[in-house]
Design a protein around this ligand. Structure first.
Ligand SMILES: NC(=O)c1ccc[n+]([C@@H]2O[C@H](COP(=O)([O-])OP(=O)(O)OC[C@H]3O[C@@H](n4cnc5c(N)ncnc54)[C@H](O)[C@@H]3O)[C@@H](O)[C@H]2O)c1
Length: 295
């Protein structure tokens, strides 16, 4: 049955950056899907809280603190996890992001943010892919490696240029490793989210207006939608997919900047034509059910 391909029950999945906003949702989803979650993060306190939550719900999960930018440290963590719950069948690598102090113009911030942004967003991806793939190879089994990159790595990242460059590097890594690891039965893919609902905006109404004007689906994506895509890529439903970047952005990248909120090109100067186009714009249905949105 096609639904058999959905099952990742009984597999061991490494989740790095598990204590984070999206990582904790991915960890819960992996556990709900029946896999054993190996939770790794540098933040021991939040890691332990997450592990306690999963254990309270009866899920098999282990938590091991470790710095995923350090090859030797992560090798030791994955060895310990393998001894406890068996070798990994999959990974979701979530470490990354930008700190508020790292935003700024390229002149002044470019070189200055290189070490922190590239280490956090690319080096951790390199280390996690190498260590987890080696553990799979040592165990003589294939698997699925999934990373979380960002749509800004495809478009552009003004005021956080090194973040965009590092995330583009993560996408390149997935393409190349798909070739190197294909013969080993290891698939490698990356999920590139646009804006994610990881925080509550100060002005929710203003945020909703902005989202409707720049995102075709009219909203940011949710952590659960990222978790769902990661589960798809971990599972045998995606058995022929490798080397790919799956963009999860509500259609935002498809919308060029010269289209206004109603999708009318801003350079259409003929007033009558502008009004005709604006009148043809699809009106949002506020009561529309969005079954896939979730929490
Ligand atoms: N939040 C968004 O809007 C958004 C949008 C696009 C892409 N992303 C990407 O999604 C991923 C997750 O984002 P998030 O918002 O959940 O981030 P987050 O900051 O909430 O979580 C990141 C986690 O990684 C951990 N971490 C950092 N460095 C580490 C290291 N060296 N070793 C081990 N753990 C380490 C942190 O302790 C934290 O728990 C990131 O890669 C981010 O770039 C996020």
């Amino acid at each position: 049955m096609i639904t058999d391909r959905l099952h990742i029950g009984g597999r061991t999945i490494v989740i790095t950056g598990a204590a984070g906003a999206i990582g904790s949702t991915v960890a819960l989803a992996v556990a709900e899907a029946g896999a054993t979650a190996v939770l790794i993060d540098v933040d021991l306190r939040r890691l332990d809280e997450l592990a306690a939550r999963l254990h309270d719900q009866g899920y098999p999960a282990i938590a091991i603190a470790g710095d995923c930018s350090d090859f030797a440290a992560l090798t030791a963590v994955v060895r310990e996890a393998t001894e406890q719950v068996g070798p990994p069948d999959g990974m979701v690598a979530l470490i990354g992001g930008v700190e508020p102090a790292e935003f700024g113009p390229f002149i002044g911030f470019g070189t200055a943010t290189y070490d922190s942004l590239v280490d956090r967003n690319l080096r951790t991806a390199v280390v996690t892919h190498e260590v987890v793939a080696k553990a799979m190879v040592d165990a003589g089994r294939g698997g699925s490696l999934v990373s979380i990159s960002a749509a800004t790595g495809i478009a552009s990242a003004p005021f956080h240029a090194l973040y965009g460059a590092a995330k583009a590097g993560v996408m390149s890594l997935a393409r190349t490793l798909a070739l190197e690891f294909g013969p080993l039965g290891i698939r490698v893919n990356t999920v590139a989210p646009g804006g994610v609902e990881t925080f509550t905006p100060a002005d929710p109404e203003e945020m909703a207006r902005i989202e409707r004007s720049v995102i075709p689906l009219g909203r940011r994506v949710t952590p659960i939608e990222i978790a769902a895509t990661a589960l798809f890529l971990l599972s045998d439903l995606s058995s022929a997919i490798t080397g790919q970047t799956l963009v999860l952005d509500g259609g935002a990248l498809a919308k060029p900047g010269f289209l206004d909120a109603d999708n009318v090109p801003v350079f259409v100067t003929n007033k009558a034509l502008r009004e005709r186009m604006r009148a043809s714009a699809t009106k949002p249905i506020s009561s529309v059910e969005q079954p896939t949105k979730g929490k």
